[in-house]
Ligand binder design. Structure first.
Ligand code: SF4
Length: 218
């Protein structure tokens, strides 16, 4: 086994680390360390300049750190999202929501309205295209038997919000994969308010906490 690079089947990285010296600065970096092997001092300095710049990216970096520092364990994610929208000066917010969480999206929209934040909402089923148009097999539909079933259309969701010129998009309960496609096609940066997990009440981390889910290791 090569402690520097890995065990022959995979390369070691941060999830193999037990020292976290990049955070604590109180021990030694491990031989496979990402900080010492995969990034340069020059790159770190270059990114420092992005975070410190008077740009959207700079405001996003500073604002998220400030919200974390000022309200640590005090504000809910919804409250933090409102604070973040205001802090970066977003003039228009896009809500990209799953139709299954439209009730939650409506509540969030009301909160934006109360806070004087302009927004536009697009549901995942926008366009109303049937799943057979993307070549999906009958057995891969939720409802079998040849009935119509509208596809989620994350690329169209992103394109509509791009045309609306939103400054920040908030993802609410998009399916795994659809969320990635939406983020890939969104012009505006995307923050996630709700991650979909139909089994665990949209709390996917429960699968990582619970021994019941030991089957996931098999
Ligand atoms: S960057 Fe290095 S020290 Fe930090 S967690 Fe990754 S491997 Fe560990």
């Amino acid at each position: 086994m090569d402690k520097k690079t890995g065990d022959g089947t995979r390369e070691y990285s941060c999830s193999d680390c037990g020292v976290f010296n990049c955070r604590n600065h109180n021990t030694q970096y491990p031989p496979f360390c990402v900080t010492t092997n995969k990034v340069s001092e020059a790159e770190i300095k270059e990114i420092d300049a992005i975070y410190g710049g008077d740009t959207l990216e700079g405001r996003m970096a500073i604002s998220s750190a400030q919200i974390e520092g000022r309200y640590y364990c005090e504000k809910t994610r919804v409250e933090e999202t409102i604070l973040f929208i205001k802090a970066i000066g977003a003039q228009k917010v896009g809500i990209a929501t799953c139709i299954g969480l439209i009730s939650e999206a409506k509540t969030f929209a009301k909160i934006l309205q109360k806070n004087g934040i302009n927004y536009v909402t697009v549901v995942c089923k926008v366009g109303g295209e049937d799943k057979r148009e993307m070549g999906l097999a009958e057995e891969d539909k939720i409802r079998k038997g040849g009935v119509d079933e509208t596809m989620c259309n994350p690329i169209l969701q992103a394109r509509v919000l791009n045309r609306e010129k939103t400054d920040l998009n908030v993802a609410i309960g998009l399916c795994v994969g659809h969320d990635a496609l939406f983020a890939k096609h969104s012009d505006a940066p995307v923050t996630t308010l709700i991650v979909k997990d139909r089994v665990l009440g949209h709390n996917p981390v429960a699968a990582l906490y619970s021994k019941y889910y030991n089957r996931l290791y098999q």
